[in-house]
Design a protein around this ligand. Sequence first.
Ligand code: NAD
Length: 285
Amino acid sequence: MLIVFFLNSFYNGKKLVNSQLKYSNEVNMEEAMVQTAQWIVDSKRVVIFVGAGLSTESGIPDFRSPGGVWDRYNPEDFYYQNFISSESSRAKYWEMATEMYGSIKKAQPNPAHLAIAELEQLNKLDRVITQNIDGLHFKAGNTPEKVIELHGTALFVSCLHCGHRYERDEIQERLLQGEKAPKCDQCRGPLKPATISFGQSMPEKETAEAFSRAAGADLFVVIGSSLAVQPAASLPQVAKRNRARLVIINRDPTPLDSIADLVIHGQAGAIMGDIVLEVKKRLGN
Ligand code: NAD
Protein backbone atom coordinates (compact mmCIF):
# COMPACT_ATOMS: atom_id res chain seq x y z
CA MET A 1 0.00 0.00 0.00
CA LEU A 2 2.72 2.43 1.01
CA ILE A 3 4.87 1.42 -1.93
CA VAL A 4 1.94 2.04 -4.27
CA PHE A 5 1.55 5.53 -2.84
CA PHE A 6 5.18 6.36 -3.40
CA LEU A 7 5.12 4.85 -6.89
CA ASN A 8 2.23 7.22 -7.58
CA SER A 9 4.21 10.03 -6.05
CA PHE A 10 7.12 9.25 -8.30
CA TYR A 11 5.06 9.20 -11.45
CA ASN A 12 3.36 12.44 -10.41
CA GLY A 13 6.73 14.08 -10.63
CA LYS A 14 7.43 14.19 -6.89
CA LYS A 15 11.00 13.58 -5.94
CA LEU A 16 13.12 13.28 -2.91
CA VAL A 17 16.62 14.54 -2.43
CA ASN A 18 18.93 14.19 0.49
CA SER A 19 22.19 15.92 1.12
CA GLN A 20 23.77 12.85 2.69
CA LEU A 21 22.01 9.82 1.23
CA LYS A 22 21.30 9.76 -2.48
CA TYR A 23 17.78 8.49 -3.02
CA SER A 24 16.96 7.98 -6.64
CA ASN A 25 13.98 5.67 -6.97
CA GLU A 26 10.53 4.98 -5.63
CA VAL A 27 11.62 2.28 -3.16
CA ASN A 28 13.90 4.81 -1.50
CA MET A 29 10.95 7.20 -1.31
CA GLU A 30 9.42 4.65 1.02
CA GLU A 31 12.71 4.46 2.92
CA ALA A 32 12.62 8.21 3.47
CA MET A 33 9.11 8.07 4.90
CA VAL A 34 10.05 5.14 7.13
CA GLN A 35 13.22 6.95 8.25
CA THR A 36 11.22 10.06 9.22
CA ALA A 37 8.73 7.89 11.14
CA GLN A 38 11.58 6.18 13.00
CA TRP A 39 13.15 9.55 13.88
CA ILE A 40 9.77 10.65 15.27
CA VAL A 41 9.58 7.48 17.37
CA ASP A 42 13.17 7.92 18.62
CA SER A 43 12.93 11.65 19.39
CA LYS A 44 11.90 13.21 22.69
CA ARG A 45 11.10 16.72 21.42
CA VAL A 46 9.56 16.76 17.97
CA VAL A 47 8.88 20.30 16.77
CA ILE A 48 6.83 20.79 13.60
CA PHE A 49 7.09 24.08 11.73
CA VAL A 50 4.45 24.77 9.09
CA GLY A 51 3.63 27.34 6.43
CA ALA A 52 0.87 28.12 3.96
CA GLY A 53 1.62 24.93 1.94
CA LEU A 54 0.10 22.87 4.77
CA SER A 55 -3.31 24.40 4.07
CA THR A 56 -3.44 24.52 0.26
CA GLU A 57 -5.03 21.04 0.26
CA SER A 58 -7.76 22.55 2.45
CA GLY A 59 -8.51 25.07 -0.31
CA ILE A 60 -6.63 28.09 1.11
CA PRO A 61 -4.16 29.42 -1.47
CA ASP A 62 -0.57 30.11 -0.40
CA PHE A 63 1.18 33.37 -1.27
CA ARG A 64 3.94 32.47 -3.68
CA SER A 65 2.69 29.55 -5.82
CA PRO A 66 1.18 30.27 -9.28
CA GLY A 67 -2.44 31.31 -8.67
CA GLY A 68 -1.49 32.23 -5.09
CA VAL A 69 -2.34 35.51 -3.39
CA TRP A 70 0.65 37.45 -4.80
CA ASP A 71 -0.45 36.69 -8.36
CA ARG A 72 -3.53 38.85 -7.75
CA TYR A 73 -2.38 41.47 -5.23
CA ASN A 74 0.72 43.59 -4.87
CA PRO A 75 2.57 42.73 -1.62
CA GLU A 76 3.56 46.39 -1.19
CA ASP A 77 -0.09 47.27 -0.61
CA PHE A 78 0.07 45.18 2.54
CA TYR A 79 3.02 46.74 4.37
CA TYR A 80 2.02 47.69 7.90
CA GLN A 81 3.30 51.24 7.40
CA ASN A 82 0.94 51.72 4.44
CA PHE A 83 -1.97 50.27 6.40
CA ILE A 84 -1.33 52.77 9.20
CA SER A 85 -0.90 55.77 6.96
CA SER A 86 -3.44 55.44 4.17
CA GLU A 87 -7.18 54.80 4.07
CA SER A 88 -6.92 53.46 0.50
CA SER A 89 -4.23 50.91 1.53
CA ARG A 90 -6.49 49.83 4.38
CA ALA A 91 -9.34 49.32 1.92
CA LYS A 92 -7.09 47.21 -0.37
CA TYR A 93 -5.85 45.20 2.57
CA TRP A 94 -9.40 44.50 3.73
CA GLU A 95 -10.40 43.49 0.18
CA MET A 96 -7.67 40.81 0.14
CA ALA A 97 -8.40 39.80 3.74
CA THR A 98 -12.14 39.48 3.03
CA GLU A 99 -11.45 37.16 0.10
CA MET A 100 -8.98 35.09 2.13
CA TYR A 101 -11.29 34.82 5.15
CA GLY A 102 -13.98 33.46 2.82
CA SER A 103 -11.72 30.44 2.09
CA ILE A 104 -10.57 30.17 5.71
CA LYS A 105 -14.11 30.12 7.08
CA LYS A 106 -15.20 27.15 5.00
CA ALA A 107 -11.88 25.24 5.12
CA GLN A 108 -11.60 21.91 6.88
CA PRO A 109 -8.36 20.31 8.11
CA ASN A 110 -6.71 18.03 5.56
CA PRO A 111 -4.80 14.78 6.25
CA ALA A 112 -1.60 16.72 7.11
CA HIS A 113 -3.36 18.74 9.87
CA LEU A 114 -4.98 15.54 11.13
CA ALA A 115 -1.61 13.73 11.15
CA ILE A 116 -0.08 16.51 13.28
CA ALA A 117 -3.04 16.33 15.69
CA GLU A 118 -2.50 12.56 15.91
CA LEU A 119 1.15 13.13 16.84
CA GLU A 120 -0.08 15.13 19.83
CA GLN A 121 -2.41 12.28 20.83
CA LEU A 122 0.53 9.87 20.54
CA ASN A 123 2.56 12.12 22.85
CA LYS A 124 4.99 12.73 20.00
CA LEU A 125 4.54 16.49 19.55
CA ASP A 126 6.47 19.06 21.54
CA ARG A 127 5.02 22.03 19.63
CA VAL A 128 3.63 22.94 16.23
CA ILE A 129 4.90 26.37 15.26
CA THR A 130 2.59 27.75 12.59
CA GLN A 131 3.00 30.68 10.24
CA ASN A 132 -0.63 30.12 9.24
CA ILE A 133 -3.46 32.32 10.38
CA ASP A 134 -6.30 29.94 9.53
CA GLY A 135 -6.85 28.16 12.87
CA LEU A 136 -6.97 24.73 11.18
CA HIS A 137 -4.75 23.05 13.82
CA PHE A 138 -7.53 23.66 16.35
CA LYS A 139 -10.22 22.33 14.02
CA ALA A 140 -7.98 19.23 13.58
CA GLY A 141 -7.87 18.67 17.34
CA ASN A 142 -4.55 20.14 18.54
CA THR A 143 -4.82 21.77 21.97
CA PRO A 144 -3.97 25.49 22.26
CA GLU A 145 -0.91 24.91 24.47
CA LYS A 146 0.74 22.83 21.71
CA VAL A 147 0.26 25.46 18.97
CA ILE A 148 2.41 28.59 18.58
CA GLU A 149 0.75 31.04 16.18
CA LEU A 150 3.73 33.05 15.01
CA HIS A 151 1.85 35.32 12.61
CA GLY A 152 -1.34 35.75 14.62
CA THR A 153 -4.83 34.67 13.64
CA ALA A 154 -7.42 35.70 11.06
CA LEU A 155 -10.22 34.62 13.38
CA PHE A 156 -10.05 37.87 15.36
CA VAL A 157 -9.77 41.58 14.58
CA SER A 158 -8.17 44.23 16.80
CA CYS A 159 -8.42 48.00 17.03
CA LEU A 160 -4.97 49.53 16.47
CA HIS A 161 -5.80 52.41 18.87
CA CYS A 162 -7.59 50.97 21.91
CA GLY A 163 -6.84 47.26 21.38
CA HIS A 164 -10.54 46.25 21.51
CA ARG A 165 -10.88 42.74 20.05
CA TYR A 166 -13.72 41.56 17.81
CA GLU A 167 -14.77 38.17 16.48
CA ARG A 168 -13.86 38.12 12.81
CA ASP A 169 -17.34 36.98 11.75
CA GLU A 170 -18.84 40.22 13.10
CA ILE A 171 -16.46 42.37 11.03
CA GLN A 172 -16.77 40.12 7.96
CA GLU A 173 -20.50 40.79 8.05
CA ARG A 174 -19.87 44.57 8.02
CA LEU A 175 -17.42 44.19 5.11
CA LEU A 176 -19.88 42.10 3.12
CA GLN A 177 -22.49 44.84 3.73
CA GLY A 178 -20.16 47.29 1.96
CA GLU A 179 -17.80 48.81 4.58
CA LYS A 180 -14.38 49.25 2.99
CA ALA A 181 -12.05 49.92 5.95
CA PRO A 182 -13.93 49.26 9.19
CA LYS A 183 -13.39 51.39 12.30
CA CYS A 184 -13.66 50.55 15.99
CA ASP A 185 -17.13 50.98 17.57
CA GLN A 186 -15.51 52.15 20.80
CA CYS A 187 -12.93 54.73 19.65
CA ARG A 188 -13.20 55.00 15.82
CA GLY A 189 -9.59 53.73 15.50
CA PRO A 190 -8.64 51.58 12.46
CA LEU A 191 -9.45 47.87 12.72
CA LYS A 192 -7.02 45.22 11.47
CA PRO A 193 -7.13 41.41 11.44
CA ALA A 194 -5.13 40.05 14.39
CA THR A 195 -2.43 38.87 11.97
CA ILE A 196 1.14 40.07 11.51
CA SER A 197 1.76 42.10 8.33
CA PHE A 198 5.05 42.86 6.62
CA GLY A 199 6.80 45.53 8.70
CA GLN A 200 4.75 44.83 11.84
CA SER A 201 6.54 43.63 15.01
CA MET A 202 6.42 39.92 15.66
CA PRO A 203 4.48 38.92 18.80
CA GLU A 204 7.09 38.81 21.58
CA LYS A 205 5.85 35.87 23.62
CA GLU A 206 5.19 33.59 20.63
CA THR A 207 8.49 34.47 18.94
CA ALA A 208 10.53 33.80 22.09
CA GLU A 209 8.68 30.52 22.64
CA ALA A 210 9.23 29.44 19.01
CA PHE A 211 12.97 30.09 19.16
CA SER A 212 13.28 28.32 22.50
CA ARG A 213 11.33 25.27 21.26
CA ALA A 214 13.44 25.17 18.07
CA ALA A 215 16.64 25.28 20.13
CA GLY A 216 15.41 22.46 22.37
CA ALA A 217 14.17 20.17 19.58
CA ASP A 218 15.87 16.91 18.74
CA LEU A 219 13.78 16.57 15.55
CA PHE A 220 12.56 19.61 13.59
CA VAL A 221 10.17 18.97 10.70
CA VAL A 222 9.29 21.76 8.24
CA ILE A 223 6.07 21.24 6.25
CA GLY A 224 4.75 23.44 3.42
CA SER A 225 6.91 26.53 3.78
CA SER A 226 9.02 28.31 1.18
CA LEU A 227 11.28 29.33 4.11
CA ALA A 228 11.44 32.76 2.51
CA VAL A 229 9.88 34.80 5.34
CA GLN A 230 12.10 36.01 8.19
CA PRO A 231 12.52 35.66 11.08
CA ALA A 232 10.52 32.43 10.86
CA ALA A 233 12.80 30.92 8.24
CA SER A 234 15.75 31.03 10.62
CA LEU A 235 14.06 28.60 13.04
CA PRO A 236 15.26 25.49 11.18
CA GLN A 237 18.81 26.86 11.33
CA VAL A 238 18.52 27.39 15.09
CA ALA A 239 17.31 23.81 15.50
CA LYS A 240 20.13 22.48 13.35
CA ARG A 241 22.80 24.48 15.22
CA ASN A 242 21.51 22.89 18.41
CA ARG A 243 21.97 19.43 16.91
CA ALA A 244 18.39 18.62 15.95
CA ARG A 245 17.76 16.48 12.91
CA LEU A 246 16.07 18.53 10.20
CA VAL A 247 13.45 17.12 7.80
CA ILE A 248 11.86 19.35 5.12
CA ILE A 249 8.60 18.24 3.45
CA ASN A 250 7.64 20.72 0.73
CA ARG A 251 6.34 20.63 -2.83
CA ASP A 252 9.12 22.88 -4.16
CA PRO A 253 12.80 23.24 -3.22
CA THR A 254 13.65 25.66 -0.38
CA PRO A 255 16.83 27.63 0.37
CA LEU A 256 17.51 25.32 3.36
CA ASP A 257 17.31 21.98 1.53
CA SER A 258 21.11 21.74 1.52
CA ILE A 259 21.36 21.74 5.34
CA ALA A 260 18.52 19.25 5.91
CA ASP A 261 19.12 15.64 6.89
CA LEU A 262 16.19 14.63 4.70
CA VAL A 263 14.10 16.48 2.11
CA ILE A 264 10.86 15.12 0.68
CA HIS A 265 9.31 16.97 -2.25
CA GLY A 266 5.59 16.26 -2.54
CA GLN A 267 2.09 16.87 -1.21
CA ALA A 268 2.01 17.30 2.56
CA GLY A 269 -1.32 15.51 3.12
CA ALA A 270 -0.40 12.14 1.63
CA ILE A 271 3.17 12.19 2.94
CA MET A 272 2.25 13.14 6.53
CA GLY A 273 -0.66 10.69 6.53
CA ASP A 274 1.69 7.83 5.62
CA ILE A 275 4.44 8.93 8.02
CA VAL A 276 2.03 8.97 10.96
CA LEU A 277 0.56 5.59 9.98
CA GLU A 278 4.11 4.22 10.14
CA VAL A 279 4.76 5.95 13.48
CA LYS A 280 1.64 4.29 14.92
CA LYS A 281 2.72 0.90 13.60
CA ARG A 282 6.12 1.31 15.19
CA LEU A 283 4.63 2.42 18.52
CA GLY A 284 2.33 -0.64 18.44
CA ASN A 285 -0.89 1.45 18.06
P1 NAD B 1 4.65 30.44 0.98
O1 NAD B 1 3.42 30.81 0.23
O2 NAD B 1 5.83 31.32 0.89
O3 NAD B 1 5.16 29.00 0.54
C1 NAD B 1 4.33 27.87 0.56
C2 NAD B 1 5.19 26.66 0.19
O4 NAD B 1 4.36 25.54 0.33
C3 NAD B 1 5.73 26.69 -1.24
O5 NAD B 1 7.14 26.51 -1.22
C4 NAD B 1 5.03 25.48 -1.93
O6 NAD B 1 5.94 24.73 -2.70
C5 NAD B 1 4.61 24.65 -0.75
N1 NAD B 1 3.35 23.93 -0.95
C6 NAD B 1 2.19 24.40 -1.49
N2 NAD B 1 1.24 23.43 -1.42
C7 NAD B 1 1.84 22.34 -0.85
C8 NAD B 1 1.37 21.05 -0.49
N3 NAD B 1 0.12 20.66 -0.74
N4 NAD B 1 2.25 20.21 0.11
C9 NAD B 1 3.53 20.58 0.36
N5 NAD B 1 4.02 21.79 0.04
C10 NAD B 1 3.18 22.66 -0.54
O7 NAD B 1 4.17 30.20 2.47
P2 NAD B 1 4.89 30.49 3.85
O8 NAD B 1 6.27 29.96 3.83
O9 NAD B 1 3.96 30.03 4.89
O10 NAD B 1 4.94 32.10 3.96
C11 NAD B 1 3.88 32.93 3.58
C12 NAD B 1 3.21 33.74 4.68
O11 NAD B 1 1.86 33.82 4.30
C13 NAD B 1 3.18 33.16 6.04
O12 NAD B 1 3.67 34.14 6.86
C14 NAD B 1 1.70 32.93 6.41
O13 NAD B 1 1.39 33.65 7.57
C15 NAD B 1 0.92 33.60 5.33
N6 NAD B 1 -0.17 32.78 4.73
C16 NAD B 1 -0.94 31.99 5.52
C17 NAD B 1 -1.95 31.23 4.95
C18 NAD B 1 -2.81 30.37 5.85
O14 NAD B 1 -3.01 30.71 7.01
N7 NAD B 1 -3.32 29.24 5.35
C19 NAD B 1 -2.16 31.27 3.57
C20 NAD B 1 -1.37 32.12 2.78
C21 NAD B 1 -0.36 32.85 3.39
